[in-house]
Design a protein around this ligand. Sequence first.
Ligand SMILES: C[S@@+](CC[C@H](N)C(=O)[O-])C[C@H]1O[C@@H](n2cnc3c(N)ncnc32)[C@H](O)[C@@H]1O
Length: 264
Amino acid sequence: VVVSPSGDRAYLGRSAAAAVRAVTWHELECGSYSADLPLWRELALRTAMGTQPVTLLDVGAGSGRVTLDLAAQGCRVTALDLDEDLLAALRAHAQERALDVQTVCADARTFELEQRDFGLCIAPMQTVQLLGGESERVAFLGRVAAHLRPGGLLACAIVTRLEPFDCGNGDLGPSAESRRVGGTLYSSRATRVEVRARHITIERERQIVSAKQTAGERNVVELERLSAAQLRSEGVAAGLRPEPDRVIAPTEDHVGSIVVMLRG
Ligand SMILES: C[S@@+](CC[C@H](N)C(=O)[O-])C[C@H]1O[C@@H](n2cnc3c(N)ncnc32)[C@H](O)[C@@H]1O
């Protein structure tokens, strides 16, 4: 069982092969989502000041699904993540596309950057629900507040509703997503979602098939349960001002999100 980290140091010390696997799983399991991109583009456009491109902080940027899209729109993006292997992949993708992106390997709850005038900070794909409980989220919100320019905007996508299922009990569940890297086929399928009082557990079966081996592992991600009202009040505790939420509609393959908006 691989429990995906929510801020611990489990990422450190991966071998080169393990880094390739980590990036591949990340891109396989997150990379096909695109329903949120129009909202991030809209917020970036709204935040831009005249002809100046928006300076944007993407927290939990991973290997750059959103960062690269916004950099291609002309935003000046700083991508922050705890996982240096994902950031290395992000830099490689940016170079392939001749995009200029800054990367910072840091913890969202403790980061200190020289730049403190970001116009927009985004935390897509439930990243705030990976940070731990209320005190960790308030720490993150405080760090963001310290790095926004006056009037700058923080937008956090959260999932508040997930339908539980368990393939082990005969539920169908979503189909597997697959990707070939060299001669190796990676596939991943969500097999269980359990909604408990404080956490949502998402379990996936992963399989790697190559000429040399077939290997499987079970991956478990724990999301903190969080309502928009709670995140808004935590934002206020961190010195931010709430604005009306936005909604990202569900798609056939992905659940919908609420985007909590907080202004510095
Ligand atoms: C669900 S992924 C989202 C990736 C990317 N933003 C996207 O939307 O495709 C969450 C990301 O948050 C990162 N992360 C988790 N805990 C973090 C923390 N405490 N500080 C910084 N990044 C963190 C993970 O490494 C991962 O890349």
